[in-house]
Design a protein around this ligand. Structure first.
Ligand code: AOF
Ligand code: ZN
Length: 364
């Protein structure tokens, strides 16, 4: 096979679009991955697309979409899909069979399927005479699917902790007051973080102090196929008032009557959750960092100072510089009046993506 530059560019562009589509499934697909697919005709024009939202696989949805638009002959078409097509009978028949039956000319995918029960689609397609190209935009796509990729390779969920602090890292003032450090826009952004997670974890301490609701408040979003809010989990041994907002019927709430991460992670494991979002205080966050459980931090930082007060990791037992916990900088943006800083655990391959773009470029 000879690939010319124009063809490669078309595939890359279509893959980025498939990737973007796949992200509409975030929060809907556990225990399965997010997957997006786009079909290009012989001239590289998009004739169908689809994304996995928890039921049918993206490839099949894209084919159905093309057929619905009157595109019937796939013999010169290219299927662009973010994940290697599956090769097993699970909830649905193998996508590789459907692709072979439709007689596609070519399949282009980004990430090989590490799932032992579903992998092997690329080989199957090749033996049926279909041209197969892998690894197109692999880094970006793997980054977008990082939660599932961690889960499927380790069994453990991707753990994100959300922190709203001042410039000096405070999440509460010295007198304990802590509500609204960041602006309304940052709080709306949190709604998306919540929506993209399978469960939202807090502590009895935070419930008693802030009485949070912990739902995304986005159920009416026409873009969202979500019919129910993520499960809320309250950790800790203290009891909370019956009329706490967390007891509302807006979402299921579970109580883990301990502070053991083991219990939490076991629950996540047996549920097959891809992503946990932590919204808790300094003690819980410090313990999480100490245990090395945090994969990603989303820090909303307000341009304000609180001086004395509580900082979000103040219970860490670090006393000297060489013990510092280091993370890698991910995406950084402005949300309303605040800064949104994403940090990834050092060594995460996704972090390397952001190191390519130096923030100092154009300044030097
Ligand atoms: C998805 N959606 O669009 C693709 C998947 O349990 P099943 O039968 O739905 O199969 C799940 C596996 O299939 C999944 O872990 C992944 O390896 C593969 N591809 N899964 O849920 C999709 N393409
Ligand atoms: Zn499939």
């Amino acid at each position: 096979m000879k690939t010319n530059d124009r063809e490669m560019l078309l595939w890359q562009r279509a893959m980025l679009r498939a990737n973007k589509l796949s992200m509409r499934g975030l929060g809907l697909t556990s225990p399965n991955p997010i997957v997006g697919a786009v079909i290009l005709d012989r001239d590289g024009v998009e004739v169908g697309s689809g994304f996995h939202a928890g039921a049918e696989h993206a490839e099949v949805l894209a084919m159905d979409n093309a057929l619905a638009h009157g595109f019937k002959d796939f013999s010169e078409a290219t299927l662009i899909v973010t994940l290697e097509p599956c090769n097993h009978h699970g909830k649905t028949p193998p996508c590789s069979d459907a692709i072979i039956e439709a007689k596609f000319l070519r399949v282009v995918y980004a990430v090989s399927d590490p799932n032992p029960i579903a992998r092997g689609g690329a080989e199957g397609l090749k033996s049926a005479g279909i041209e197969v190209v892998g690894d197109i935009e692999r880094e970006y796509v793997a980054y977008s699917n990082r939660a599932w990729l961690k889960k499927v390779t380790t069994g453990l969920p991707w753990v994100v902790t959300k922190i709203a602090s001042t410039l000096d890292g405070k999440i509460a003032a010295a007198d304990g007051t802590s509500q609204w450090i960041t602006s309304e826009e940052a709080r709306l952004d949190v709604a998306y973080l919540r929506r993209n997670s399978d469960a939202i974890v807090t502590t009895t301490e935070t419930v008693l102090r802030d009485n949070p609701d912990l739902t995304p408040r986005l159920l009416n979003d026409p873009d969202s196929k979500r019919e129910k809010n993520p499960i809320r989990i309250v950790m800790g041994e203290r009891s909370i008032p019956q009329d706490s907002k967390i007891n509302s019927d807006r979402a299921e709430t579970r109580f883990v009557k301990s502070r053991s991460f083991g219990e939490l992670l076991n629950m996540a494991k047996s549920e097959g959750w891809n992503q946990l979002l932590i919204e808790a205080g300094a003690q819980f966050n410090s313990a999480l960092f100490e245990a090395g459980i945090v994969d990603e931090v989303i820090l909303y930082q307000a341009p304000s100072l609180l001086g004395r007060g509580k900082s979000f990791a103040e219970h860490l037992s670090i006393t000297t510089l060489s013990e510092k916990i280091e993370m890698s900088l991910g995406e950084v943006s402005r949300v309303g009046k605040d800064l949104r800083i994403q940090l990834l655990q050092s060594g995460n391959p996704g972090a390397a993506l952001f190191q390519k773009e130096s923030l100092m470029e154009g300044v030097r």
